[in-house]
Design a protein around this ligand. Structure first.
Ligand code: SAM
Length: 390
């Protein structure tokens, strides 16, 4: 509240979202307050167990192998390749992938380092503790630091782009306006935060609306209709491109096509708050203690990727990707497990089903991009060959 007052009483929603997530002293991620996992604030695919990483690992190994060519001299060689994870959360996916690579592809693992890109000190501290067990050497670096000596490797962005600050925009019946978070002082009830329409949109944002089909406004969107734009995507993708000399980028996140994202009936956008396994549509409650997240718009992601030098390799829903990578076989394999481990087997079965459930994590999108090299289409989005038909 003091910071809002010092900023003149109101700030764009994106500034508020940046503060409440990333402020080092008060932010939900900045302080490391948020805990990821079924017993924490919210669960993510890797926090459900190691099966997600085990299914993903062969795809990453394919890519690393393509990059290695003849440059990977086997055990003891200086690490010429990098597995870069941005937004590693608790560090569990990075650890599980490092372990899977070391177990399944030891020669490749011997010439691969793990690079973690995490701007929040509170989160990085827990990642450092967990990754002491990593069989791959680890280091933490920002995109700017990597840009000084770009790496060749695979860049992974699992549930991180949904944490980039979004701009909320609201239709007032005549104009699109940037939504602001404003401080209200009521002598009786005390100060409170409110969402209010602010200034009309800048021409650049209005051009984005036109590209997304939101101009001219439709009568189906009444005054008060509100949604999000993603000004953080382009700088993030440009930063990622500068950090990676050559290799693929795999984005795994909540994403919707523009026609679903901006459908008239989605009148309050996709922004949600999460804490203690609860979901709320109120982004203003107890700032700095809830995760705030917004879906990605697929077209906006792809446009920003193309204009920052990334080439699209393929994109599919998570359910399809994981089935192509062997989830059904893994599920079937659980039947061979010992009855003594029944509890653990049932938990793994439930986790695997959650990963492909179209009403849960199965609706996530896997978007594979690449730069600096010709890469084969990923295993998870290849068209079935003639032998697979019929
Ligand atoms: C929802 S968590 C995802 C954690 C992990 N990838 C997982 O799936 O369990 C988001 C993570 O991204 C980090 N983060 C937020 N903004 C980021 C940015 N601009 N660059 C890199 N990491 C970021 C957060 O601190 C946190 O570690």
């Amino acid at each position: 509240m003091q910071r809002l007052e010092a900023s003149g009483g109101s700030v764009p929603f994106s500034t508020y979202m940046e503060w409440v997530l990333h402020d080092p002293h008060h932010g939900a991620y900045g302080t490391g307050r948020l805990r990821i996992g079924p017993a924490g604030d919210f669960a993510t695919a890797p926090s459900l167990g190691p099966d997600f990483a085990a299914l993903l690992a062969p795809q990453l190994a394919d890519w690393l192998q393509e990059l290695a060519g003849s440059s990977c001299g086997g055990l003891g060689a200086e690490a010429p390749l990098a597995l870069v994870e941005t937004g590693p959360g608790e560090g569990s996916l990075a650890l599980q992938l490092a372990q899977a690579l070391a177990a399944g592809w030891p020669d490749l693992a011997a010439c691969t380092e793990l690079v973690l890109v995490e701007p929040n000190a509170g989160m990085a501290e827990r990642q450092r503790a967990l990754l002491q067990a990593s069989p791959l050497p680890c280091r933490w670096a920002s995109f700017a630091e990597l840009a000084a000596a770009p790496v060749r490797g695979v860049l992974l962005a699992h549930e991180v782009l949904d944490a980039l600050a979004v701009e909320r925009i609201v239709w007032d019946g005549a104009l699109w306006r940037q939504q602001v978070v404003a401080l209200h002082k009521d002598p009786a009830a005390g100060p409170s935060l409110r969402l209010e329409p602010g200034e009309p949109l800048e021409p650049a944002a209005a051009a984005q609306l036109a590209a997304l089909g939101l101009l001219p406004p439709s009568p189906q969107r009444p005054p008060g209709w509100c949604t999000e734009l993603h000004p953080g995507l382009l700088p993030w993708l440009a930063g990622a491109a500068a950090a990676l000399k050559a290799g693929p980028l795999l984005v795994i996140d909540y994403a919707l096509e523009a026609w679903r994202y901006y459908a008239p009936q989605r009148s309050a956008g996709t922004l949600m708050a999460y804490r203690g396994q609860l979901a709320s549509s109120d982004p203003l409650q107890e700032p700095g203690t809830w995760d705030l997240t917004a879906h990605l718009c697929l077209e906006s992601l792809l446009a920003a990727a193309t204009s920052s030098g990334w080439q699209l390799l393929g994109q599919v829903r998570q359910g399809e990707a994981l089935l192509a990578l062997g989830l059904a076989e893994r599920l079937h394999g659980l039947q061979q497990g010992s009855a003594a481990d029944l509890g653990a087997l049932l938990a793994r079965r439930e986790a695997l089903l959650r990963l492909v459930d179209p009403h849960a994590l199965g609706d996530f999108r896997w978007v594979a991009l690449a730069r600096g090299m010709a890469v084969e289409a990923p295993r998870f989005s290849r068209e079935p060959g003639p032998s697979a038909i019929g």
